[in-house]
Design a protein around this ligand. Structure first.
Ligand code: NDP
Length: 711
């Protein structure tokens, strides 16, 4: 909670240009209090902070230092950061209690944030190349002779990722945005919300202490940053989380409208949970639904952008749902200081927030809502000392359930009481449920709770266009679901319309969100040079069969370690003829006696085949035999094929050959080997393409297995 004071407590520092900074004076600083007790904690001010210098530092030093690392190296650094923070969670929980968060709330914030770092670390290393350029899709031939190609690449944006965050998740809120920016190689400036920013400061302090952050890669603004947009331009990105009104005012800043600052927002959201018509009392779905609604009302005292604000149930079931929610709250929810034994719901983040939520509820009641469960009076709460009393200085509130005679009432669908509050409304049929959910005008998430696949499909497809995420809950997922309210780093977090249109999370796509996609055109050699990925038509150094372009002096690429192997190193095999006996033997051996390989008349009647043809897998197996270099060497394993296509059928009497070309080399940062992707093409004796695919192998960085072979 914040109030103006003439003599502020200790100031929360900012981290600016790789050093800690506090304003020269605390005059006018906002005072931050313990949400549970009202005790003074700290003062917050960014008065005198040079935002322009921070942005310049990020664009120069931060960009340079992050750019010295590859995507994989940065992803690995995230894992090390996560491990460092993991060992210091208890310190963070202690601070988090002061924000009103219980242990479970704190785990969602702290452990959830650390989990995001781990996820982006592993996804970054598994799904991205170990370079600084990501190739997007296959190249397009743009000339008849193949000498001119076009394609797309992603490279990082050349500026800073600025974050303005909400008060409710001071740790996770930062890390969910920091992780993808860091992997992309874009420095971050984070500005947490004033009431809980002291917890963000504690995390940044640990991250700095870890020694793992490259210079300029993370800066922190503690205090107000009203002029941040003034110093950003098209090179930069601003991602905002908070109220729709602030988002709208930032979105209309000239540097967004005319200056091209990339702007995303995640704002208020009237999220829904829909109970399916089949999920009546006594079903596992009904119980799971009630549990989910109560969880969403009480975790973080309902101060979650994803919380269930509208509980949409079959008409006639409203009272049963209200009763069940009330019963569960009465049995399970203990409001109080999170440091007290047994407390399951803490205070709101500040007295201002409490005032706002009460005000919103009063407005909803005035608009026609009825209080069906709970009271607006200050609740009796459990204090840290174990007493049960009303604590006026704490921002405590009872969970509340509202009902509505008029389910169309705009207040239900547009007013967000950002606390432990939900409205229960009835729907007539599935179409009506979809229509009511859509009245939220764009939401982050909805739960669909049903055990009827048809209802699940109708509801999900019906509401998907209005939501960033749909969580389908039934008896099969009641225990295993990660929950309605928990965004996961693998999936999109954000939503259309009122939810702001943001997409902070979403796996690798959120890394790319910090990158520019650029079309590149040029020759196969140039595209290979730009991307580090071999493109068909580019130069090769071919070993193998001289009649197919090899030079006798070239070494088989399987004999080369990653230290020696180059993109474009290739092997061309000789021809091998396919006989009917080969096809029959393969059919018998494998049991694949599909008629195209065994029954001449039936095969001829097939529109694709001239008669009996070889199995595609026979050809791929033979190709392995044609390109193999069998002696022990740096190639450790073949771990799969990708993009396999059979193009021209091979009847008995035809011959095949294979060409294998090193297409992409990805050394692993943590291992003594890396991945090599080989472009494989099988041709017939006339040069027609029979099959194309990528062969995936693991290859040693240095050839230890057979070091003397090449000498
Ligand atoms: P605000 O929009 O007021 O603040 C969010 C962030 O924006 C804070 O860091 C705040 O900084 C900053 N900020 C506010 N105005 C400006 C500005 N003009 N220029 C730059 N930065 C600015 O939201 P609140 O935190 O006060 O919450 C209000 C409501 O927002 C809640 O009641 C709830 O409805 C909604 N909300 C939605 C969330 C979501 O995740 N979708 C999360 C939290 C809130 P400072 O604190 O220094 O003012």
């Amino acid at each position: 909670m914040t109030t103006q004071t003439e003599q502020p407590a200790a100031l929360v520092p900012s981290y600016v240009q790789d050093a800690w900074w506090t304003p020269a004076s605390g005059d006018g600083a906002a005072l931050v209090l313990d949400a549970n007790t009202g005790e003074r904690l700290a003062a917050v001010s960014a008065d005198g902070l040079d935002l322009g210098a921070m942005v310049h530092h990020a664009r120069t030093v931060g960009q340079r230092e992050l750019g010295a690392l590859t995507l994989h190296e940065r992803a690995l650094r995230l894992k090390e950061l996560a491990q460092y923070l993991n060992g210091r969670r208890d310190e963070l929980y202690e601070i988090s209690y002061k924000t009103g968060a219980t242990k479970i709330d704190s785990m969602i914030d702290v452990d959830g944030g650390i989990g995001v770092l781990f996820t982006f670390s592993s996804k970054g290393r598994r799904e991205l190349p170990n370079s600084n350029v990501i190739v997007d899709g296959a190249a397009e031939p743009l000339s008849r002779d193949g000498s001119f190609l076009g394609g797309h690449i992603y490279t990082r944006i050349p500026g800073v990722a600025a974050q303005i965050n909400a008060f409710n998740f001071p740790v996770w809120g930062m890390l969910e945005k920091f992780a993808p920016a860091f992997v992309a190689g874009v420095p971050t400036i984070v500005k947490p919300a004033t009431p809980t920013g002291y917890l963000t400061e504690a995390v940044v302090r640990l991250m700095v202490e870890s020694g793992l952050l490259p210079a300029g890669s993370l800066q922190l603004i503690s205090g107000s940053a009203r002029t941040l947009l003034d110093v950003l331009d098209y090179r930069d990105l601003l991602s905002f989380t908070g109220s729709a009104s602030t988002a709208n005012s930032l979105k209309s800043h000239p540097n967004v409208i005319d200056g091209g600052v990339r702007f995303t927002a995640e704002t208020d959201s009237l999220n829904a949970a829909i109970l399916g018509p089949d999920a009546v009392e006594g079903t596992p779905e009904f119980d799971a639904f009630i549990k989910s609604v109560v969880t969403e009302m009480t975790v973080k005292a309902g101060q979650k952008c994803t919380a269930i604000r509208r509980t949409i149930v079959p008409a006639g079931l409203e009272q049963a749902v209200v009763d069940a929610i009330g019963a569960r709250i009465s049995q399970r929810v203990v409001v109080g200081d999170p440091r007290a034994e047994g407390v399951t719901m803490g205070a709101l983040a500040s007295l201002e927030q409490l005032r706002d939520v009460r005000g919103a509820v009063e407005a909803m009641l005035a608009a026609g809502g009825e209080l069906a469960y709970g009271t607006l009076d200050a609740p009796v709460v459990r204090t840290a000392a174990g007493a049960e009393e009303v604590v006026d200085a704490g921002a405590f509130m009872s969970p509340l359930v509202l009902t509505w005679d008029d389910v169309e009432n705009e207040s239900v669908h547009s007013r967000e009481a950002f606390g432990p509050v939900t409205s229960v409304i009835g729907y007539a049929d599935l179409d009506d449920a979809v229509r009511l959910a859509a009245k939220g005008a764009g939401s982050l998430v909805a739960t669909v709770c049903t055990n009827d696949p048809e209802a699940a499909r109708a509801l999900t497809v019906g509401i998907a266009g209005h939501h960033g995420r749909v969580h389908v809950l039934n008896r099969e997922t009641a225990r295993s679901s990660t929950g309605h309210g928990s965004p996961v780093p693998h999936l999109v977090h954000g939503g259309p319309g009122r939810a702001g249109g943001g997409e902070e999370l979403g796996g690798i796509r959120s890394v790319k969100h910090h990158m520019q996609r650029t079309a590149v055109q040029g020759s196969p050699n140039m595209l290979t040079a730009l991307t580090g990925v071999w493109h068909a038509g580019a130069d090769r150094i071919v070993a193998g069969a001289e009649e197919f372009g090899a030079e006798a002096s070239n070494t088989h690429p399987f004999r080369k370690s990653l230290a020696e192997l180059r993109i474009g190193d290739a092997f061309a095999s000789g021809l091998r003829e396919v006989t009917l006996e080969d096809i029959t033997a393969f059919a018998q051996e494998t049991g694949d006696t599909f008629y195209a390989h065994t029954d001449a008349a039936a095969a001829e009647a097939n529109p694709f085949f001239p008669g009996i043809v070889a199995h595609g897998y026979l050809l791929v197996s033979w190709a392995a035999g044609l390109f193999v270099e069998p002696a022990p060497g740096p190639v450790l394993a073949n771990y799969g094929l990708e993009n396999l296509r059979f193009i021209t059928p091979v009847p008995a009497g035809d011959s095949i050959r294979v060409t294998l070309t090193a297409k992409q080399i990805t050394p692993r940062v943590t291992d003594e080997y890396g991945e090599v992707r080989w472009d494989a093409v099988i041709n017939n004796q006339d040069g027609e393409i029979v099959a194309t695919y990528d062969v995936l192998t693991l290859v040693e960085k240095e050839d230890t297995t057979y070091a003397d072979w090449a000498k």
